[in-house]
Ligand binder design. Sequence first.
Ligand code: HEC
Length: 242
Amino acid sequence: MQLSAFSFQLSAFCCMRRGVACIGLAALLFAAGCRQDMQNQPKMQPQRGSAFFADHRGARQQVENTVARGQLRDNSYFYTGVVQGPNGYRQELDQLPFSVTMEVLKRGQERFNAFCAPCHSRVGNGQGEIVERGFRPAANLHDQARLAQPLSHYFYVMTNGGYNSMPSYAAQIAPADRWAVAAYIRALQLSQSATLKDVPAGANIRDLKAIARERNLPESFAEPWPAASANSANAQNSAGQR
Ligand code: HEC
């Protein structure tokens, strides 16, 4: 208020001398006065004291025995990827907490290609672009150790990270999307190990090399992708640790 009274005096003085141009200045100063009022509105600052409450804390204690809206994580398998096993330790399961659809797999593919392919490569052999530029080889998702892991292990790894240089993706990928990525990893694994028996009867089977030629790709594109050589040793190490 003081500032706007001052600005009013100043603008009155000014307008006497210069006329129209001063109206702009007066408006500007008046607006600055308003802004000052808005900035000084009474509000609580996080983690600051306050004279308003008897305990002089700005933040309130949580109300006992209540859960904030949207924070009731009653399906703990969905959020952690583990259940409590018979021996009391955490146990991973080979199941999704919801049913898998084509939509889930497509979402998983999109998230995998955005977040995991830089290290694991789009095909999942652990030879992504970053690895080609010198990063520690990422796990080959097609080696025996990975194939044998239950589906929720992939969720657990994404959620917690900590497997050598494998970071946690809990902050970037929401739980439902982490499950979608886990489901897509299974689809990727099938894509690299499928046999004729997996092809539905009556499907049109074509030679992959012919398709590569048609698309102007080198024929070698149709051959199995090389896996990261360091990985089999690493896989055994980490399997031994866990
Ligand atoms: C910055 C590179 C990088 C990114 C990005 C990355 N990973 Fe990894 N990942 C690694 C490395 C390195 C390892 C450890 C390989 C080893 O055993 O030495 C690993 C290991 C793994 C393992 C095996 C863990 C075990 O049981 O030992 C899985 C599964 C995995 N990553 C899944 C993923 C998924 C899914 C994503 C995407 C959400 C992802 N990774 C993104 C680098 C990465």
